[in-house]
Design a protein around this ligand. Sequence first.
Ligand code: ADP
Length: 466
Amino acid sequence: MSGKPEKLITDDGLRLDGRRMDEIRPMKIEVGVLSRADGSCYLEWGRNKILVGVYGPREAHPRRMQRPDSAVIRYRYNMAAFSVEDRARPGHSRRSIEISKVSRDAFEPVIMSELYPKAAIDIFVEVLQADAGTRTAAINASSVALADAGIPMKGLVTSCAFGKVDGQVVLDLSKDEDNYGDADFPVALTQDGEITLVQMDGHLTQDEIKKGLELVKKGCSQIFALQQAALRTKFEFPEAEEAEELEEEEAVEAAEAEISEVAAKYAGTTEVEEAAEADEVISESEEEESEESEEEAEAEEESEEEAEESEEESEEETEESEEESEEEAEAEEEFEEEAEAEEESEEEVEAEEESEEETEESEEEAEEEAEAEEESEEESEEEAEAEEESEEESEEEEFEAETEEETEEELEAEGEVEEEEDEIPAEELEEDAEEEAEEEEKSEGPWKVVKDPLDPEAGNGGENDE
Ligand code: ADP
């Protein structure tokens, strides 16, 4: 702990930390630093570090604390044990109770507690580091935390203190000025300039108070601007949320465009596939294919137009898509009919194949029968030949038998002749011989009368002689 300086205000009219008389310490405000509180704020003011959490409106407990016509505002100021050079005594103290009471009263005129009967609005202040002016710093942070929690208020509350140092009225006392100064005068103001908190420690004249209040108004206006700026960073056109919204819009637009493109491609490809299948099935002519390609080109043009069209045109797109779906349904029906026709044709082909197989089998059988017939014919021919041969043989045998009989008859006749020669004259015999010779010449049958082989005059030169 440093001792009292000789001068709190230097010869050049500045304070020990270099500030002018009407200048506040640097301040930094962050909103929504606690995720489990309804509202929160972290504030640094000089070396002061304050953390505030707000809960509510919520049901007030214990119930004896409830008010039937309004919400209960509870304010708890607490200094952390490590917030000061000497260890701060934990728990309530007369000072902390006093600060809690005056600070709660500073907010009561602005919080619209009548909207929440039987409810409670809790403000918890933790002084993490103290360096004079902690109550005013806590009020400023609590005001932002209440706004962050969405507590209805008539306006923000801003607090600042003025004092007297070395006979001069100064704004926002530092630690040395507070400890070794002549007076400390904390004040809280609403946006309308109404005073909600006034305390005085020390001796001040009316002129000094008037002058000091003017400095407080100036300081509070600066603090109020910082509070508003802090809240705007979260609720009013935050850059992060704006960027996220832009990204979401771009993503949605990209997704819509992609969907429309895919839908258009899908419609085109289905037509092509169906057309290809139809070509395979019924082998359509090239003219039909060219017509389909024209339809595809038209579909692509329609898809491009659809991507550019507005919401009204999107309705038309739905109608067109319905028509396309109907066309697709018709194409599917045609395709099914063609498939059925194909199945029938396949069955016919199978029947033809079966008939062909049957005909082939019948032909083979016919060929076999023909071969058998040929064999039978050959056999019959052979048999006929054999029969002929046998007939010939039989004829020969008969002929031989006849010849033998004839020879026997001739022999008998010769014997008779020999017997008759004695009786028949020679001339008659010669006449008979000539007649026989003529008859032999006239005979046309295959079988000529064979001369008597024993007759030397007849010779042995007959055709059928063997
Ligand atoms: P405020 O912090 O609002 O000015 P005080 O005037 O009572 O309230 O306190 C002035 C300063 O004294 C505090 O900011 C803090 O730095 C210091 N102080 C207060 N209480 C204690 C304590 N118990 N132990 C050590 N320092 C303290």
